[in-house]
Design a protein around this ligand. Structure first.
Ligand SMILES: [Zn+2]
Length: 97
């Protein structure tokens, strides 16, 4: 499950993203925080998660942090629990500032 995350490469600077791609726990936590009255019905959902590439693999701050979008496929079982998590691709994000 973590493999597709570990291998992801930043489309902007070409560095490995390592652990900086949002993982299933953080994505689902954010989803349930923003929408407690929402239930996921289809077993497989593709979603986009905005995040910033601000740290390199060793955790040092990048000189020019840049926004990215992780396109993620999550599969849910009948109780709504996430059972598989796949990062399909990483896209260049849009800087809102
Ligand atoms: Zn980058």
């Amino acid at each position: 499950m973590r493999e597709s995350i570990k291998k992801a490469i930043c489309p902007v600077c070409g560095r490995k993203l390592g652990d900086h791609v949002p993982d299933m726990e953080s994505v689902l936590a954010e989803l349930s925080y923003d929408g407690k009255d929402i239930r996921i019905v289809t077993p497989e959902v593709v979603m986009e998660a905005d995040f910033d590439h601000a740290l390199d693999e060793e955790g040092f701050t990048l000189d020019e942090p840049h926004p990215l979008v992780a396109v993620i496929k999550i599969r849910f079982d009948s109780s709504g629990k996430g059972t598989s998590y796949q990062v399909l691709k990483i896209l260049e994000g849009v800087d809102n500032e």
